[in-house]
Design a protein around this ligand. Structure first.
Ligand SMILES: *[C@@H]1O[C@H](CO)[C@@H](O)[C@H](O)[C@H]1NC(C)=O
Ligand SMILES: *[C@@H]1O[C@H](CO)[C@@H](O)[C@H](O)[C@H]1NC(C)=O
Ligand SMILES: *[C@@H]1O[C@H](CO)[C@@H](O)[C@H](O)[C@H]1NC(C)=O
Ligand SMILES: *[C@@H]1O[C@H](CO)[C@@H](O)[C@H](O)[C@H]1NC(C)=O
Length: 200
């Protein structure tokens, strides 16, 4: 193939591969069909006020995605505020449609993700630090401090990054015990114990 054809072709291909956000929209924004009275309110979300002064007992995520703020549709961004009581974990999970950039505002956190050839990249963050979890890769955050909570803010490169919780997806969706036991090279009793710890 002539180089004059190959170069534009490769350029097109790499442009296509570089496209990392949600599909582009052809309008300024895209509110749900039939939305009347578009005002400042249409672009406002106040659900995270619940975070201010909150003191939850358990790990808690306050999400601001397209589901909570429909104006995010097509804009390739979303947000979450995460509250970690002492000793709590945000269990292993992935975001299939977006990378996550976490900013630790308070406390300390142990974080990590595993790449597609099973190499763990981990870090201990202190307040003021950022950590990026690449799209689709399994990751966690853990507040190892027994006395102090941690608070983080996370930005996502998708209006609906999605969350697949590994413990729930594996052990809490009705996959038959023999399949799980064979997958983990263990017995049904062990699988049942893992399941019991998740059913609440
Ligand atoms: C739109 O806003 C106007 C002025 O605030 C109000 O009178 C009207 O009831 C609103 N219509 C709808 C469908 O909410
Ligand atoms: C916190 O988690 C524990 C253990 O899973 C549960 O028993 C308790 O109800 C939770 N507390 C709140 C406030 O959700
Ligand atoms: C995963 O990380 C390891 C260590 O840096 C590296 O050798 C390996 O190539 C990485 N895998 C991929 C798919 O990037
Ligand atoms: C990363 O994890 C290893 C265990 O695999 C641990 O020994 C190490 O302290 C961790 N590093 C950081 C920076 O948290």
């Amino acid at each position: 193939m002539a180089i004059s054809v190959l170069v534009p072709l490769l350029t097109l291909l790499s442009l296509h591969m570089a496209h990392a956000g949600d599909p582009d929209i052809l309008t300024d924004f895209q509110l749900p069909l039939g939305a009347a009275n578009i005002t400042g309110d249409s672009f406002t979300y106040t659900g995270l006020r619940a975070l201010i002064g909150a003191n939850p007992q358990n790990f808690t995520v306050f999400k601001a995605t397209m589901a909570e703020l429909p104006a995010l549709n097509g804009l390739s961004v979303s947000y979450a505020a995460l509250y970690y009581p002492p000793g709590s974990v945000n269990p292993l999970h992935t975001h299939p449609r977006g990378s996550e950039l976490l900013f630790l505002v308070l406390g300390s956190l142990e974080v990590g993700f595993v790449n597609t050839t099973n190499y763990l990249f981990n870090q201990t963050l202190q307040a003021g630090d950022m950590f990026v979890f690449p799209k689709g890769l399994m990751h966690y955050q853990y507040n190892a401090d027994a006395n102090s909570p941690a608070i983080a803010l996370s930005a996502f490169g998708s209006a609906a990054a999605g969350t697949v919780s590994i413990p729930t997806a594996v052990f809490n969706t009705g996959i038959d015990d023999p399949i799980l036991a064979a997958s983990f090279n263990t017995d049904d009793d062990t699988i049942d114990k893992l399941k019991a710890g998740l059913s609440h």
